[in-house]
Design a binder for this molecule. Structure first.
Ligand code: HXC
Ligand code: NAP
Length: 292
């Protein structure tokens, strides 16, 4: 058994229909594939119909599962309404929502135009609340016990320079996760989040770790497990949180980052850089201070 293998084997999500925003690429595509392997119908939605169609074709062939690809800009409530209507028309009902669509790029904050700030907040925060609100209203009206999974990041609670619009938005999504978990539990609606550290995807890595910066910033150096996340690991966690096995988990955010954020936060974890042979000298010096 290895962490790159699927955790559940089959049917854990059968009978469910899950809407994955940003499901045509990256982590959204990986989660979609696994949900289909576990028997779910999946609706994938993002701005680019051609990308969605390519993913839908590929995953249908690979999994034999059912998928619907709908172009939708999550910033626009009317498009989200129409997306939900199409999903219900195709599959009868929708049981799960994964708010995965995002936009992000690195930039010193003072270089941003108001529009550049808006574009990220609108996709990440507004997109997530548009989808949550409209799905929630649909679930409450139809007495469906839906499940929401929000994909945030570890800087949702620490904040981070150079991605301030994203940090502000993900913090909002994390707060929404906890708030709705408390408010909508009475309808049987659960809301959880996953906070990934670096998982290689073209969308994220091309915008956050561009070639020119590789020399200066190597994200691997910040991860104590010394490797990136594997998509299947994240999909396993998402599969669990979308399944009935997590029926009592509500309002939780699960970090999956190889220990990265705590490593960065710890006052002394940088002492990893001290070579073992130097510790004799350091110990002697420190013990020397104890002499009365
Ligand atoms: C400064 C920038 C910029 C940059 C765009 N803008 N890129 N400003 N530096 N690098 C400004 C533009 O000049 C414009 O403002 C405004 O932002 C909108 O830009 P558009 O190109 O018109 O927007 P659009 O075509 O809608 O593209 C949206 C996008 C793009 C967010 C900029 O990157 C995108 O489509 N991203 C989707 C996928 C994505 O980002 N995936 C990564 C998620 S990773 P002005 O005022 O000039 O008109 C993630 C992981 C985090 O979230 C954690 C990792 C560890
Ligand atoms: P990605 O492939 O770029 O995924 C982002 C998706 O969002 C794309 O499919 C994009 O499709 C869609 N999208 C963007 N704007 C949209 C809009 N207005 N309406 C609808 N869809 C829109 O990047 P990723 O790495 O897989 O990221 C997926 C999620 O994981 C994001 O929430 C990200 O913040 C989170 N995350 C990733 C990492 C990582 O290391 N990869 C780490 C932490 C968190 P279109 O362009 O077709 O619209």
């Amino acid at each position: 058994m290895k962490y790159t293998e699927p955790m559940f084997k089959a049917e854990e999500l059968s009978g469910k229909t899950i809407l994955v925003t940003g499901g045509g690429t990256g982590l959204g595509k990986s989660m979609t594939k696994y949900f289909m392997q576990l028997g779910a119908n999946v609706i994938i939605a993002s701005r680019k119909q051609d990308v969605l169609d390519g993913t839908a074709k590929e995953l249908t062939e690979e999994t034999g599962g059912k998928i619907l690809a709908v172009a939708c800009d999550v910033r626009k409530p009317l498009e989200v309404e129409s997306l939900i209507a199409k999903g219900v028309e195709t599959f009868g009902e929708i049981n799960g929502l994964v708010n995965n669509a995002a936009g992000n790029f690195i930039s010193p904050t003072e270089r941003l135009s108001p529009k550049a700030f808006d574009v990220i907040v609108d996709i990440v925060l507004k997109g997530s609340y548009n989808c949550s609100l409209l799905m929630g209203q649909y679930w409450i009206k139809n007495k469906i016990k839906g499940t929401v999974l929000n994909i945030v990041t570890t800087y949702s609670w620490t904040g981070s320079g150079y991605v301030v619009p994203s940090a502000v938005s993900k913090a909002g999504v994390l707060t929404m996760t906890r708030s709705l978990a408390a408010e909508w539990a009475k309808y049987g609606i659960r809301t959880n989040a996953i906070a990934p550290g670096p998982f290689p995807t073209t969308g994220a890595f091309s915008r956050l770790f561009p070639e020119g910066l590789k020399e200066k910033i190597d994200p691997l150096k910040r991860i104590p497990l010394k490797r990136y996340g594997e998509h299947q690991e994240l999909s396993n966690l998402a599969g669990y949180l979308m399944s009935e096995f997590s029926a009592y988990v509500n309002g939780e955010v699960v970090t999956i980052d190889g220990g990265e954020w705590l490593y960065g936060a710890g006052e002394f974890t940088g002492l990893d850089a001290v070579p073992p042979e130097m510790w004799d000298h350091i110990e002697k010096e420190v013990r020397g201070k104890n002499k009365k």
